[in-house]
Write a new protein. Structure first.
Length: 355
């Protein structure tokens, strides 16, 4: 499952400017102590020169133009130009040209724009019911609209302001994303009836924020600046009640949580000068209630990121070297037999990756 697809070295939708105080109660907790060990798992290249953006519970991995299944790279279904998301039914959300689309397993459905006059759209979330969310907009006037597509109908989700976008959707039909209130980007949760509510940002005077995804328990993740006007970007988690938790490790001034699974495991990317020899981004994995831990050793000195995690704890993403991007998969030690021994994940429960 994934929210804003393809989050890598830059946080999605980060605007210029700062933010004012956010409504609702908030409690920011420390991101944990400095890391002493890498996460217990193994990061492996899939040999595809694209970022992996999603993986389902059968271990099928999606990149922009490929599927990776049981150690083999396959093309996308005919007619689908690009892909971003896949669910356990094998449905694939992506695009045909500049328009969001869904491969249902039998046919490709082009998703109607949210508003008359929009001329592009893209997907950011897909649940097990086949509901699709994303952003529909007009490139001429800069307008953006969060949309929910369900059983053939596109709904424009009213935001807190005139410009908004969806990030993810759970199986209950709850959607998260962002909405602009003036020049402030505000993380938002839409309930199953489509009613929006602001998610509290960090700090007494909250900075810009965005929610990338939400699990079936209603726990959302994303990012928030530490304060209005601050350059300190933090990976965060919102409880179902709206309590915000800072996931960044001490010393980190950049972080984004990209996905959360139904077990509460969170993946993302952060920069931490305490343990990084450069300012390159590094992937992290966080177990529920514990500090985030880095995924190491990094596949590349230019950094890496994790973009999605399935309910088995298998995550995917990419590493960066010079101008190249390569798809990667991270498998927990208990599934991969790591550390020690060859890295072979079970089949068909998880993707078999190349050593």
């Amino acid at each position: 499952m994934i929210g804003i697809a393809g989050v890598a070295t830059a946080a999605p939708g980060v605007p210029a400017g700062s933010a004012s105080a956010s409504a609702g109660s908030a409690s920011a907790s420390a991101g944990g102590s400095a890391p002493t060990a890498a996460s217990a798992g193994h990061l492996t290249s899939l040999g595809i020169d694209e970022c992996a953006t999603d993986v389902n519970n059968a271990g099928v991995v999606v990149t922009a133009t490929h599927l990776y299944r049981a150690g083999k790279t396959q093309p996308l279904p005919a007619g689908l130009d690009s892909a971003a998301l896949i669910n356990d039914r094998g449905q694939i959300a992506g695009a045909v040209g500049n328009q969001a689309a869904l491969w249902t397993g039998k046919e490709i459905v082009e998703i109607a724009f949210a508003v008359v006059g929009d001329n592009y759209s893209y997907v950011t979330g897909l649940n097990e019911r086949g509901d699709v969310v994303g952003v529909s907009g007009n490139s001429a006037d800069g307008s953006q609209h969060a949309f929910l597509w369900r059983t053939g109908t596109t709904e424009n989700l009213d935001g807190l302001g005139p410009r908004s976008g969806a990030g993810g959707v759970n199986d209950r039909g709850e959607v998260v994303g962002y909405s602009y209130v003036g020049d402030r980007q505000q993380a938002v949760r839409w309930d199953a009836a489509g009613k929006p509510k602001a998610l509290t940002a960090l700090g007494a005077k909250g900075g810009d924020s965005l929610a990338t995804n939400v699990n079936n328990a209603g726990v959302a993740v994303g990012y928030s600046y530490a304060a209005a006007g601050s350059g300190d970007l933090r990976a965060v988690e919102w409880s179902r009640s709206g309590r915000i938790t800072d996931l960044n490790l001490p010393g980190s001034t950049y972080g984004t949580a990209t996905d959360i699974n139904n077990r509460g495991q969170v993946v993302g990317v952060m920069i931490n000068p305490v343990w990084a020899t450069t300012s390159a981004p590094s992937s992290f994995v966080r177990q529920p209630g514990r500090p985030a831990v880095i995924v190491a050793p990094a596949a590349s000195p230019d950094g890496d990121t994790l973009t999605a995690v399935n309910d088995r704890g298998v995550a995917v993403g990419c590493d960066f070297k010079d101008s190249l991007t390569t798809a990667t998969i991270w498998t927990p030690a208990k599934r991969a037999g790591c550390p020690g021994g060859p890295h072979v994940a079970p089949t068909p429960a998880a993707v078999v990756v190349k050593s």
